[in-house]
Design a protein around this ligand. Structure first.
Ligand code: NDP
Length: 482
């Protein structure tokens, strides 16, 4: 079995131990053995990043542009192979995985351009004869902690801006999906950037993540993951004076109004509820449907869900791959029982299923699941399940739909299906979410514009696009006597 090591100071370094990385579509398939680092590896990685910072932060925008552009090109050239690896370790379908890899490549190319576009300001002083310049500088060593559901795109959208603006990086990927992060690290390593600028330390969050968060040499932490872990990280960062950025969960509403285009509303609800096995922080898990369209919408959605082929992520024809792990599958099935006990009616799915495509392999397959007659107070409508489970709330009109849509501790993404320009415009203005979609799925975003939410979903500056510079740079104000 091939062993994959951590990347510390430009060297592939064995961890204290190794752990197998298993394919959730086929539990007999072990992808490789990946390093399990320890606190000493974090120490070494932060030391290497600290030593590399003076060189990288002053390396010049052309050198940084060229390195990021090379990384982006290599990812795009290998998107089929890397997409296959991603589908194999995470379980999203091969086309979805190839799309995610392509996005990672595009992100590096976008931030290659951003190296050249980082601007400042020149202002007159309120005092005569003095000029004021406002510039942006790198912040130092940044620790990046990423989740399992986008094993290459989320590392990419944190690494690329960090490097573009002159920072050095220690990446701790999710322990469930180290292969995509390792492949990305190898591409970055081969791009010719100096040793220590980018480091990869794999291993458990409680060990590697905590050591990074508590390390005094780390200037900032960017985290994507669950609310519980995120809040703990924020507290630790505030105590030690680190800059922190959190992207966490969602309980995203999809509103469907009486005047919606029915086939379109059904398709976008099915797409954002169940594709990628519902394991997207932007998935629609609450379908809020007005009275008159309700019966037709439910019937059409049930019919559409019955056509979703669940199976091996890498087999052509699969629409929905497996749940990522045994633990996640148990959590999903547990929420099915909770919803039933609270009185929601199961209208589709609700159980583990056999693999429909890919020769009956043993994996963590679950049927796309729909509850109807659910109410906003039920746990199924308040807590993130993070699986292929959606629930429908029936409302009388747009005003009630908007109220229910906003009645959640989260605020990541929200969608409305309507042909009314007036109501779509009102929803865009009054939705308490960071991202709003009109007649589009709540999941599926562009890489060149800000990503992030409100309320319990996010904390700190937005990720991606031009807005990424808010987190990955610090502002300096300089005064000069003419
Ligand atoms: P977790 O919060 O469990 O883990 C996220 C990362 O944090 C992993 O790398 C994990 O390591 C690490 N970690 C775990 N414990 C600690 C700790 N004590 N200190 C530091 N780091 C730690 O989330 P999941 O990976 O399970 O991802 C699913 C969650 O992520 C969902 O709730 C989902 O909504 C959210 N998410 C949010 C997104 C957004 O942008 N808003 C996007 C994608 C996902 P390890 O893997 O070793 O446990």
């Amino acid at each position: 079995m091939t062993q994959y090591h951590n990347l510390i100071n430009g060297q592939w370094t064995p961890g204290a131990s190794c752990a197998p990385n298993t394919n959730p579509s086929d539990l007999s398939d072990v992808i490789g053995e990946y390093a399990q680092g320890d606190a000493a590896d974090v120490q070494a990685a932060v030391a290497a990043a600290t030593a590399a910072f003076p060189v990288w932060s002053t390396s010049g925008i052309q050198a940084r542009h060229d390195a990021l552009d090379r990384i982006g090109n290599e990812i795009l050239a290998r998107k089929e192979e890397l997409g296959d690896l991603l589908a194999r370790e995470e379980g999203k379908t091969r086309p979805e995985a190839i799309g995610e890899v392509a996005r990672a490549g595009q992100i590096f190319k976008f931030f290659a351009g951003e190296c050249l576009r980082l601007g400042g300001e020149a202002l007159p002083s309120v005092r005569p004869g003095i000029g004021v310049e406002i510039t942006r500088e790198p912040i130092g060593v940044v620790g990046l902690i990423t989740p399992w559901n986008f094993p290459i795109a989320i590392p990419a959208w944190k690494i690329a801006p960090a490097l573009a603006f002159g920072n050095c990086v220690v990446l701790k990927p999710a322990d469930l999906v180290p292969a995509s992060a390792w492949a990305l690290a190898e591409i970055i390593h081969k791009s010719g950037i100096p040793a220590g600028v980018f480091n990869l330390v794999m291993g458990p969050g409680r060990v590697i993540g905590e050591a990074l968060v508590n390390h005094p040499g780390v200037a900032a932490i960017s985290f994507t993951g669950s609310v519980g872990v995120g809040r703990g990280i924020a507290e630790a960062c505030v105590k030690s004076g680190k800059k922190v950025q959190l992207e966490m969960g969602g309980k995203n509403p999809q509103v469907v109004l009486d005047d919606a285009d029915l086939p379109q509303a059904v398709e976008l609800s099915a797409q954002s509820g169940f594709y990628s096995t519902g394991q997207r922080c932007t998935a629609s898990s609450r379908l809020i449907v007005t009275d008159r369209i309700y019966p037709a919408f439910i019937a059409a959605l049930q019919e559409r869900m019955a056509r979703i082929k669940v199976g091996d992520a890498r087999t052509a024809g699969t629409d929905m791959g497996p749940v990522v792990s045994q633990a996640q599958l148990e959590q999903d099935l547990c929420y099915v029982e909770i919803a039933k006990a609270e009185g929601a009616q199961l209208a589709a799915g609700g159980s583990r299923v056999a693999c429909h495509t890919g020769s009956g392999k043993a994996g963590f397959f679950m049927a796309p699941t729909l509850f109807v007659d659910s109410t906003p107070a039920m746990r199924i409508n308040r807590e993130e399940v993070f699986g292929p489970v959606a629930s429908v709330i029936r409302v009388k009109d747009y005003e009630e739909a908007l109220h229910v849509a906003n009645d959640t501790p989260f605020g990541l993404s929200a969608g409305i299906a309507t042909t009314s320009l007036k109501l779509a415009t009102h929803f865009k203005r009054h939705s308490q979410a960071g991202m709003v979609m009109v007649n589009l799925p709540t999941a599926g975003v562009d890489y060149h514009v800000p990503f992030g939410g409100r309320k319990g979903s996010s904390y700190g500056p937005r990720e991606q696009g031009r807005y990424a510079q808010e987190f990955y740079t610090t502002v300096k104000t300089a005064y000069t006597l003419a």
